[in-house]
Design a protein around this ligand. Sequence first.
Ligand SMILES: NC(=O)c1ccc[n+]([C@@H]2O[C@H](COP(=O)([O-])OP(=O)(O)OC[C@H]3O[C@@H](n4cnc5c(N)ncnc54)[C@H](O)[C@@H]3O)[C@@H](O)[C@H]2O)c1
Length: 362
Amino acid sequence: MMATSTLFLDTTPVEIGNLNSSSLPSLIADKYNKAKIIVLSDTNTYEHCWPLLQTNFDFLSTAEILVIDPGEENKSIEICTQLLESLLDYKIDRHDLLLTLGGGVVSDLGGFIASIYKRGLDFIHIPTSLLGMVDASIGGKTGINLQHYKNLIGTIRFPMATYIDPQFLYTLPEKELKNGMAEMFKHALIQDENLWEKLSAIKQLEELISESYIQRSVHIKIEIVKNDPTEKGLRKILNFGHTIGHALESYFFTHDPIDHGHAVALGMLCETHIATQQKKIEHATLQHVETVLLKWFDIPFIPQTEFPTIINLLYHDKKNYGNKIQCSLINRIGNCLFDQVIHEQECYMALDYLQKITRYNL
Ligand SMILES: NC(=O)c1ccc[n+]([C@@H]2O[C@H](COP(=O)([O-])OP(=O)(O)OC[C@H]3O[C@@H](n4cnc5c(N)ncnc54)[C@H](O)[C@@H]3O)[C@@H](O)[C@H]2O)c1
């Protein structure tokens, strides 16, 4: 059995490795011996991941399990209310424990209800999607959506521990692996050229299910969050690819929706193109990034007449200051600058570039 490795974000341990040899049982024995345990999952993680926990951990034999439908639309105030009422029905009090078992939807929702129920209930994350492992379960952000605004309501509250066991990923659908992959590429592009080279060489998606790649990616996120927990400065580099990515995700939402990871990959291409226009990086670097990302993500057609709609969406980005569009731009592979003003014309040219490489691909 492989030993787990532990990273720390403030006082929160993030353990990576086989769950059976993790500190989870001893943490429960030490701190939650008398506590009721309530597990939050979705129907997929209940089917694919819960059996592993149930078989291996006796302390879960009396746990209550809450199961929601999978999908972003369930990160809602209505589901939140139902879950809070379930906590009340099960007579959960502040000494009890919530365990989230799922992707980012389950950890965001679970972290959120735990942080508001009776002014705070301890929780532990066991992420089961790649994106959950390298991103959503790290950093203390919890949240739900309101109307069509993503993560509009939320808190910052850290779990008691996060346990990352890559074996859960064997049942994760390929498109979900790609969503996590996009964030791993982002971590590499903003902080670690060596990881970028390794990820660039991947030929099969399954190669991503590697403890060392996941560990490195988690480490990058932890170091950035440690430096700037409340996103006053450095943490903004985690938004690389997300400014144009979010605009594209919103645009396609009303046409032919694309996955978040897909949108981020397209956003990283556009923003790298802008970095080239601003002479922050060489054209050869853009071509290299392009070759790697196009191996995994295709480019949907966007008619030129729709560019203004997308540019308009950029003005609604949370990161803007005044009436200027701000984003994070890489200035080499492995380094990123934040609070960079980008101009409309540069965005038009970046979208045009995206469409040119589309035609090139046909
Ligand atoms: N809090 C943060 O800092 C942060 C950061 C990034 C993303 N997020 C949030 O994370 C969410 C996206 O997370 P996600 O991509 O994990 O989505 P998700 O939770 O919807 O999971 C994706 C799909 O995979 C399924 N799944 C998960 N693990 C599985 C497994 N082991 N086997 C089979 N199926 C499995 C889920 O049921 C779901 O259908 C978004 O809501 C986003 O806002 C939060």
